[in-house]
Design a protein around this ligand. Structure first.
Ligand code: ARG
Length: 584
């Protein structure tokens, strides 16, 4: 229950009393705040259904709700819009109710959800392509969890298959004397990896290229992949090291970004299920042999899709095979009911094929939902996908370092964190830089592309992460100053000004925003809301001079509102995955 749903109930009952469907009574925030705080647009559709003039329907509804104690003003506008304004008591009552934690947000029947939003590949450091899934996926996960669902995030490493064999073959060429390559060696293998991520980053492209141009190398790489998968101990030990080195590097960057995966599974985790799965699909007729390969037909009358290849003619499995087996793992072993993939829109064909195959085979039963929550690209100032000067994909650690450095200078330019210990300043710059990047991303709908504009993102003015952090820090310092003067937050009072009323109205809209963000897998709604909250707070704070207010009840009420807004803001930022410094 929320203020908006309470109003919806009221208006729906009025429609019902008029013999019309309750569903016409939906109340939303007004597009025309000059006419009312809320509106109901259902009279037009109801009138069409009932064959009555719409204004007449609207007037009858208004007649029924006019004297309700929750409303201070009700009117009909235009062809039949119903405008509603609530009383200040009712509004303040709802703010107090949410402040007590009674927001009615927790769902009755929680779902078991998994969000797949990592996808980095072993031996390659995180790059710009991993930025949006990480930021958006983390926020989607937190928002859905806030509604009471059981949600886990999985990094889903690309840690298996051809690239691993290519790397092993390349390492064998270079470090052939190491025990990993001696088939007669029985262990133990070294504790420490023989290479660093930097080595791997350099070697992997070389190996991949050789595999394309040198048939002898390609054959050795293929055999290495096969033997690795078959369990050759030296290769498994080496592979474990490669994975470890990479995971350690991924964690550094994900930690910096405030991105936390509950599960560090990967393509390798499902290796053992693949062969039996293919057998089963062949036996049940869902898969068929085709020109030496095994495929699943996924086209139907609605959509003409190419078949999903499960086994290639050379006997190897594909990206699609792995994702199909991973669905099985998630449903059967992990008991997940909703699978959400936050992955680049350019992989949409892949997911359409895999999801179809999962349905056709029953690997995803009908009560399991599969969803590709696509993300767009990060573009450079030229509005083309971001590249390094050399034309490669920028590494996330480099991108973040650049923004954090700019954030540190922004602190100077704005006289912030002056005289703080060096270490604290550096930490603040990190938080400001990460907030800049995350909010710069999250304010866009996940499916659209955006321009990565370091100057704009790091500014303390405008719709930016730093502006929001500053807002939160300022609220805290207001509360601290008040405490120093012996003023404490007290019970809320009905608003005394338009600015205060508006801030309260924004506060009570949080439940709707969270539900919308969760349902649409679209944290940009929450991002927009959070920005609105800080802007409304600024206007309130400018208008209401809290510390010089002589009436102690009013002053206490205002401080109570500051305290609650601060709490709400920190929570919104947390749901966006943004951390707030204590001071700045
Ligand atoms: N590793 C993949 C890539 O580099 C992304 C994985 C996305 N998640 C998935 N379940 N397919 O393209």
């Amino acid at each position: 229950m929320s203020l908006v749903s309470d109003l919806t109930d009221l208006v729906s009952s009025a429609f019902e009393a008029e013999g019309l469907d309750r569903s016409f009574g939906e109340v939303v925030v007004s597009q025309r705040p000059d006419l009312g705080q809320f509106q109901c647009n259902g009279a037009m559709a109801a009138a069409r259904n009932a064959g009555i003039p719409p204004r007449q329907v609207a007037e009858r509804i208004v007649e029924r709700i006019r004297s309700d104690s929750r409303l201070s003003r009700v009117s009909v506008a235009g062809p039949g819009f119903i405008n509603l304004t609530v009383t200040d008591d009712y509004l303040a009552g709802w703010v107090a109710r949410i402040a007590r934690g009674d927001d009615g947000l927790r769902v009755e029947r929680p779902r078991r959800v998994l969000v797949d939003y990592g996808g980095p590949n072993v031996a390659k450091d995180l790059h710009v392509g991993h930025l949006r899934p990480a930021i958006i996926g983390e926020s989607i996960k937190r928002i859905i969890r806030r509604l009471g669902h059981d949600v886990v995030g999985d990094v889903h490493l690309g840690d298996w298959g051809t690239p691993m064999g290519q790397l092993i073959a390349e390492l064998e060429d270079r470090f052939g004397d190491l025990p990993y390559f001696d088939p007669d060696y029985t262990g133990p293998y070294p504790d420490e990896p023989p290479v660093t991520l930097a080595d791997l980053q350099e070697l992997y492209p070389i190996a991949a290229k050789k595999a394309q141009t040198d048939p002898e190398f390609a054959e050795r790489a293929r055999r290495a992949t096969f033997e690795l998968q078959a369990g050759r101990p030296g290769y498994r030990a080496l592979w474990k090291h490669l994975r470890e080195v990479s995971v350690r590097a991924f964690k550094e960057v994900y930690d910096l970004l405030g991105v936390e995966f509950e599960l560090w599974l990967g393509e390798s985790s499902v290796h053992d299920r693949i062969a039996p799965m293919v057998e089963r699909l062949l036996a049940s007729g869902v898969a068929r042999h085709s020109q030496g390969a095994v495929v699943v037909d996924v086209a139907d009358e609605d959509e003409d899709l190419p078949p999903l290849i499960l086994v290639k003619s050379d006997g190897s499995y594909t990206y699609g095979t792995t994702d199909l087996a991973t669905i099985e793992e998630r449903v059967v072993d992990l008991g997940r009911e909703d699978l959400i993939y936050v992955v680049d829109a350019r992989q949409s064909l892949h997911f359409r094929q895999v999801f179809r195959a999962a349905r056709r085979s029953g690997i995803a039963p009908t009560d399991v939902t599969l969803e590709h929550a696509v993300n767009g690209t990060v573009n450079g100032l030229d509005n083309k996908p971001l590249k390094t000067r050399e034309g490669g994909l920028p590494l996330l650690r480099d991108l973040l370092a650049e923004v954090i450095e700019r954030a540190a200078r922004r602190l100077d330019e704005n006289d912030l964190a002056v005289g703080y210990p060096e270490e604290e300043r550096a930490e603040i710059a990190r938080l400001v830089g990460v907030a800049a990047v995350k909010f710069g991303d999250l304010q866009n709908h996940r499916a659209s592309n955006y321009v990565f504009d370091v100057e704009r993102f790091t500014s303390f003015d405008g719709k930016t992460g730093p502006y929001l952090l500053y807002g939160a820090v300022r609220m805290r310092s207001i509360l601290r100053n008040a405490t120093e003067r012996g003023f404490e937050p007290g019970p809320l009072l009905p608003p005394a000004s338009d600015e205060e009323r508006r801030l309260m109205l924004t506060c009570v809209l949080l439940p709707e925003v969270l539900v919308r963000s969760a349902e649409l897998r679209a944290p940009n709604h929450l991002a927009e809301y959070t920005f609105g909250l800080v802007s409304d707070f600024s206007r309130f704070y400018e208008k209401c001079h809290i510390l010089s207010e002589p009436d102690p009840d009013r002053r206490g009420a205002w401080l109570g509102l500051v305290e609650f807004t601060h709490r709400l803001l920190v929570e919104c930022l947390d749901l966006l995955g943004i951390r707030v410094p204590d001071r700045m």
